[in-house]
Design a binder for this molecule. Structure first.
Ligand SMILES: Nc1ncnc2c1ncn2[C@@H]1O[C@H](COP(=O)(O)OP(=O)(O)OP(=O)(O)O)[C@@H](O)[C@H]1O
Length: 485
């Protein structure tokens, strides 16, 4: 078979503006390519050049040889998936997914969503949908409502939809972020076998710290929208300094002071449609404790944190105390009081956050309990200024989030979570898509600046994303919480 894509000294233009210059590149049948680089290096742009989203100059320098002699266009045969804007039905507001009742007319199950995406002969639809769900390990969730899927399950669902479209080439932007270790290896094996058989040919983008999957044979490395390496994997030497990529240690850390309980859960249960997602959970988060909460995709981490944040609709039927008080009128604590004292970031918040906010407005919105921009007082302004400098985001101060790479948007939402020094800081996969340099800046900041009494819970599927200041850990498995002491 002829090669998939060939460019010869091509400049790709977005209108008049060159997004990548002088690219000579080819993907042949027996090659599996990964595009590697930091956030903002041009990885997504590179994939979009292959997709045909930009104008090649000279026009004749860019070809899809695999299409010659067919009546298909590249739009019909190449799919791009960035796991962000791919049309997965989301909740109207971010805690809506925790409700167990939903209007059936409004609701879409995974099965219905996959069937709607399928374009082939109707009599084959069921078989194809089941196959796509099975290879992405979603069979048992076919009857689930889309908005109830966990973050990792949603990402696999988006992949299933693209596979149903049976593309010849599939461009995947960071396919492994948010997946647990087992899913990463399953998805990697799946992508490898499909790419080897050119069914479809896979090109994926990876952050510089991501492990390069075994099936990848060739690498393009980008820095500031320029190619810094292109060739076989065995000759590739990453440009970044390995010393920079080791995790910051607790050098200047202020030691935590373990104090009274912030959240106390007693015998907490959560059942959806007869399935016990959380069972008899007893967990106390005390002042000064910094927890690492682990568990595979769909194990219930985000659901458990929804309780800890006072966000879960079953809160009132649960034995849970915040700062020593039950939620309720009179001597109880209000949801507003809880929210005033927590800082939170998560992939769900990122999905719902208004991307038209500038970085400064996003930080200021930390002083509002909704996604709105409150008044800027002198002291808020001072705190914002400090964070902009300490976390090296001053240069993005007046840039709307929509104009920043996804990883940088996530990083800014991390900064929004920490900015008020909340009594409880909940970081649910804060570094998904964030590159090493910024993640380490965040680690250093947490190690050094968390107040001794501040409590923190962090979730991640990557060990290297857990800062050194963590001093406690717990794991959810089959609905039970195992606390490691
Ligand atoms: N409202 C709901 N109705 C039915 N099932 C639900 C609902 N909310 C969550 N679930 C299911 O509960 C399980 C736990 O979801 P949760 O988001 O807490 O997992 P997680 O551990 O955070 O996963 P991930 O690592 O993928 O983010 C999942 O299987 C999810 O599909």
């Amino acid at each position: 078979m002829a090669s998939f894509v060939r460019t010869a000294k091509t400049t790709f233009l977005d209108g008049q503006f060159p997004v990548l210059k002088d690219v000579s590149f080819e993907i042949t049948k027996n090659q599996n390519w990964a595009v590697v680089g930091a956030v903002g290096s041009g990885r997504t742009t590179f994939l979009k050049c292959l997709l045909g989203s930009y104008t090649p100059s000279p026009a004749t320098s860019f070809k899809y040889p695999f299409l010659s002699g067919t009546d298909k266009s590249h739009w019909q045969t190449i799919q791009f998936l960035d796991f962000q804007t791919s049309g997965l039905q989301r909740a109207a507001y971010y805690s809506e997914r925790y409700h167990s009742y939903r209007d059936e007319r409004e609701d879409t199950t995974l099965q219905r969503w996959l069937s709607d995406a399928y374009r082939g002969p109707e009599e084959k639809a069921l078989e194809k949908v089941r196959h796509a769900a099975s290879i992405t390990r979603l069979e048992s969730l076919l009857d689930s409502s889309l908005i109830n899927l966990s973050n990792g399950q949603s990402r696999r669902a988006m992949l299933a939809v693209k596979l149903l479209l049976e593309p010849k080439m599939l461009l995947l932007d960071e396919p492994y972020s948010g997946l647990d270790v087992a899913s990463r290896s399953i998805v990697s094996d799946l992508l490898g076998s499909m790419s080897d058989a050119s069914s479809p040919k896979i090109v994926l983008s990876l952050r510089q710290q991501d492990e390069i999957p075994d099936f990848v044979t060739h690498i393009v490395e980008l820095k500031n929208h320029e190619i810094t390496y292109q060739g076989t994997r065995d000759k590739y030497k990453p440009f970044y300094n390995p010393i920079v990529s080791s995790k910051p240690q607790l050098e200047e850390a202020t030691p935590p002071k373990i104090g009274g309980p912030i959240v106390e859960m007693n015998n907490l249960n959560c059942t959806y449609w007869g399935r016990n997602v959380l069972q008899n959970i007893n967990w106390t988060i005390k002042e000064g404790e910094r927890w690492y909460l682990s568990g595979s995709n769909g194990s219930g981490k985000t659901t458990l944190l929804a309780f800890a944040l006072g966000d879960h609709p079953k809160l009132f039927a649960t034995d849970i105390r915040f700062f020593g008080k039950f939620v309720g009128p009179g001597t109880g604590i209000s949801i507003f009081d809880i929210q005033e004292n927590v800082g939170h970031c998560s992939p769900e918040i990122h999905t719902h956050f208004p991307k038209e906010f500038t970085c400064r407005e996003a930080l200021l919105s930390a002083w509002s309990t909704t996604f709105t921009i409150p008044k800027e007082t002198e002291s808020r302004s001072k705190t914002i200024s400090k964070i902009l400098d300490e976390l090296n985001i001053r240069k993005f101060e007046n840039t709307p989030l929509s104009q920043l790479p996804i990883g940088m948007q996530r990083f800014i939402l991390f900064c929004r979570a920490i900015i008020k020094s909340p009594r409880l800081l909940v970081l649910d996969e804060p570094f998904q898509g964030v590159d090493t340099e910024y993640m380490h800046l965040a680690h250093k900041w947490l190690n050094k600046n968390l107040l001794p009494s501040q409590a923190m819970v962090i979730i991640s599927h990557y060990e290297e994303e857990i800062p050194a200041c963590v001093n406690a850990s717990a794991c959810i498995h089959q609905g039970k919480l195992r606390v490691n002491t």
